[in-house]
Design a protein around this ligand. Structure first.
Ligand code: PRP
Ligand code: ZN
Length: 299
């Protein structure tokens, strides 16, 4: 019964995607009842429960319809897609939304001082990775013959242990590489979080909630950078001021009592508003400039 009415969404249990995933769901209005270390968190105000699992398991859980939805990195999805293809299976999870968090890249890195003159430098070398399929695809694309050493973790210490000459691993801040005296030389894949769904048709109640969730996700992603700007400006400078407002649609222009030559301008800016922008606005004649955060937005 429950399986037909409550959505189940898989999220990484502990890792780079965990906090931003929960943050996204919270901004979408979801209240989770979650005890510490609990694997399944009950959605108190939506028919949506969250399952906390290893990120590498998320594509399978969604493909096999154990979960309806998943929040996972493109790196995990693409590796799984290639692994399935190697077994003659076509991956059938659908990407619903690309998300603006979990940015990182799968890269080739070498011990400091190793010579590098392009992918050919990897010829005949041993490369340690937890992404053997993506690495194999990269090597084939560059016509490089190298030995792939598949590990299940701690890839960055493989060169020091003499198990590999290079690694292919995720990099986000680069601090893991630096701590292990490795240098990033090539990007294999740019990654970010993705919302995926099961290929299986959902019951109407669930479909309706997936659509509501998507609308909220879009709203959340839109407001992240958005600001509401209010300012006073000379009428004569309006054209210039409108051009300076980053990513704004037609602003609201309001007359100012007792000042026929000045107006108030209110606008939603969908791009980051930098101090430089405010300084330019001031130079163009704007005064009383206020920048407010936007909490929610529904197009
Ligand atoms: C990756 C990778 C490195 C680290 C790099 O692991 O294996 O250990 O992140 O990040 P940095 O550049 O910010 O130091 P991740 O946390 O994604 O875990 P997983 O690969 O085991 O899922
Ligand atoms: Zn993982």
């Amino acid at each position: 019964m429950d399986k037909d009415t409550r959505l189940k969404l898989a999220v990484q249990k502990s890792g780079r995607l965990t906090d931003p995933s929960i943050d996204l769901l919270t901004r979408c209005g979801l209240k989770l009842a979650r005890g510490k270390d609990q694997l399944l968190a009950f959605g108190e105000n939506m028919p949506l429960d969250v399952l906390f699992v290893r990120d590498d398991d998320i594509p399978d859980l969604v493909q096999e319809d154990v979960c309806d939805l998943g929040l996972v990195g493109l790196n995990v999805i693409e590796e799984k897609r290639l692994a399935l293809a190697a077994r003659g299976i076509v991956a059938s999870f659908d990407s619903l939304r690309l998300l603006d968090f979990g940015r990182c890249r799968l890269s080739i890195a070498l011990p400091q001082q190793s010579p590098w003159s392009g992918p050919a430098s990897l010829d005949g070398k041993r490369i340690a990775t937890t992404y053997p399929n993506l690495l194999a695809q990269y090597l084939a694309r560059h016509g490089v013959r190298a030995q792939i050493v598949t590990l299940s973790g701690a890839v960055e210490i493989a060169p020091r242990l003499g198990r590999a000459d290079a690694i292919c691993d995720l990099v986000s801040t680069g601090s893991t590489l630096a701590a292990n005296h490795l240098v990033e030389v090539e990007t294999v894949l740019e990654s970010h979080a993705v919302l995926i769904r099961t290929p299986v048709a959902l019951a109407p109640v669930k479909t309706e909630w997936v659509e509501r969730l998507l609308m909220r996700v879009d709203g959340v992603q839109q407001v992240k950078e958005s600001k509401y700007i209010m300012l006073h400006a000379p009428r004569s400078a309006l054209a210039q001021i409108r051009q300076l407002l980053p990513g704004s649609e037609s602003p609201t222009i309001i007359p100012l009592e007792g000042h026929p030559d000045r107006v108030a301008v209110h606008a939603v800016c969908r791009e980051t508003v930098f101090w430089e922008t405010l300084e330019s606005l001031k130079r163009a004649g704007a005064s009383a400039v206020l920048v407010l955060p936007v909490e929610k937005m529904l197009a």
